[in-house]
Design a protein. Structure first.
Length: 468
């Protein structure tokens, strides 16, 4: 089997974050079938070791690293149950994608490359130490808890990047900050004859990765909903809030949101004005966004929401600061990822990122201060360190040489604002020399995600030449 065959097998197994038992067992069984040394811990992380081919025993071992979970999102009309069913793969020219859902090439590519290398019968390889972690997309819990004491290598290829020819050498640290806003002790509002129940629906936003796309001027549907509701409230059209929900993952820019409100009758042309004002800054980038309002038969408990909307509006979102050391690099940001309201309790999860650990701590402190005294921060979870740039890197030198020889081009070394597991693993492996790279994958964490097949083949060939 080649790497693409393994990728298709992976896609047939549900493997969204926190739904990794089957994919973890699949990898363990693969190691058993191949007769390879392997470890599977209580978290579900899998380590598989293949000894060097004859003649390569004295070479430096190489760690191949990626994660087995994917951001499992689907279109509203998609009938796949991503918790129990596999993906429906299709191709369109050079692109491989999954119909109606995300593809999970982030980071199925790393897993399938590693499997193909481990199973190879004809490649000359050093000792390979394959580390496949769980729940990277939700806070890197697997990398935090994994034991790497059995590894001998200090050189690592992290295959969790999405732009061919760009090699990452530093990344942001991050954390998830969870808020709760409790309406239950506040004032409720009864429906009367002169008040109507409306459902506001926002959909079709581009969304995307909250690290790599945070500076692309993409609208966050939670923030747009907050802006729209506050305008309606201030103008006297909205009286109370009954429900709000949006987002599917903390680290994905929210691309849809719904709210149920109680308010006075509002004419379509008046609503269009408020809708325009809420979206005005994003009209150029969000041409596919849809914002609709309709009367609803829902009858939730309605709560006065002025204080809540004022609080939500006070929170920063998006890019907070740019790096002063690396041109064009976002230094610090945050993303409103998921919001849910149930029985009068609103829960909001925000993803915080920074390439400067002090700036990350400062932003979290700011969020705490803004939350007082109304809601409470219920937890800071999934915190992970940034990955610092290594000035001297034999691996980087080898990559430069091999990439020029195989492509005729010079590699591009970059720092990114997204989080990678390299920072956590560097804390567990002394003197780790690491670079992250991968093939072209577009619109990860969305239902538009697609993998360039030609790029995947070129990247595979480069990995093979590098390991040679």
């Amino acid at each position: 089997m080649n790497y693409l065959d393994y990728f298709k097998e992976i896609c047939s197994i549900p493997h969204g974050s926190y739904n990794i038992d089957k994919i973890s067992a699949y990898l363990e069984n693969f190691a058993i079938e191949q007769g390879l040394e392997h470890y599977r811990d209580e978290l579900g992380n899998v380590i598989i070791i293949r000894e060097a081919t004859p003649g390569r025993e004295n070479d430096e071992p190489v760690i191949i690293q990626g994660h087995m979970d994917m951001v499992a999102v689907k279109d509203p009309d998609c009938d796949i149950d991503m918790a129990t069913e596999g993906l429906r793969l299709e191709t369109d020219g050079d692109f491989l994608f999954a119909k109606g859902t995300s593809l999970g090439a982030d980071d199925g590519v790393a897993v399938c490359y590693a499997m193909a290398l481990l199973a190879s019968k004809d490649l000359s390889l050093p000792r390979l130490e394959v580390v496949i972690t769980v729940n990277e997309e939700t806070g890197m819990e697997g990398a935090m808890g994994i034991d790497l004491s059995m590894l001998k290598g200090h050189t690592m290829l992290n295959l969790d990047s999405e732009e061919e020819g760009e090699f990452l050498v530093s990344c942001a640290g991050g954390a998830r900050v969870d808020f709760e806003y409790d309406f239950r002790s506040g004032a409720t509002v009864e429906k009367t004859d002169d008040l109507k129940v409306y459902e506001i629906d926002m959909s079709g936003f581009i969304g995307g990765h909250s690290g790599t796309e945070i500076d692309k001027k993409r609208a966050n549907a939670i923030r747009i909903m907050c802006r729209l509701l506050k305008r309606l409230l201030d103008a006297g059209f909205m009286t109370a809030l009954g429900d709000i929900k949006g987002g599917t993952a903390d680290n994905a820019i929210c691309n849809s949101c719904k709210a149920v409100i109680l308010g006075k009758a509002i004419e379509p042309e008046v609503f269009d004005i408020f809708k325009f004002e809420a979206m005005e800054a994003y009209l150029a980038t969000e041409s596919g966004a849809q914002i609709t309002i309709k009367e609803s038969s829902e009858t939730p408990v309605f709560y006065q929401a002025g204080d809540f909307l004022h609080f939500l509006s006070s929170l920063p979102d998006g890019v907070v600061s740019m790096s002063t050391d690396i041109e064009g690099l976002v230094e610090t940001s945050l993303n409103h990822g998921v919001i849910r309201m149930k029985d009068g309790l609103v829960k909001l999860s925000i993803s915080v990122r920074s390439n400067d650990n002090d700036k990350k701590a400062e932003l979290i402190k700011t969020l705490k201060e803004l939350s007082e005294p109304r809601p409470v921060i219920t937890g800071i979870r999934g915190e992970y360190p940034g990955w610092n740039y290594r000035k001297e890197s034999p691996l980087r030198d080898k990559i430069t040489k091999v990439y020029k020889e195989t492509t005729g081009k010079a590699p591009i070394f970059k720092a990114i604002h997204a989080g990678l597991e390299c920072g956590l693993l560097a804390e567990k492996i002394d003197d780790l020399d690491c670079v992250s790279f991968g093939p072209n994958i577009y619109d990860i964490h969305t239902t538009s995600e697609r993998l360039s097949l030609s790029s995947a083949e070129r990247t595979w060939n480069f990995v093979v030449e590098l390991l040679k």
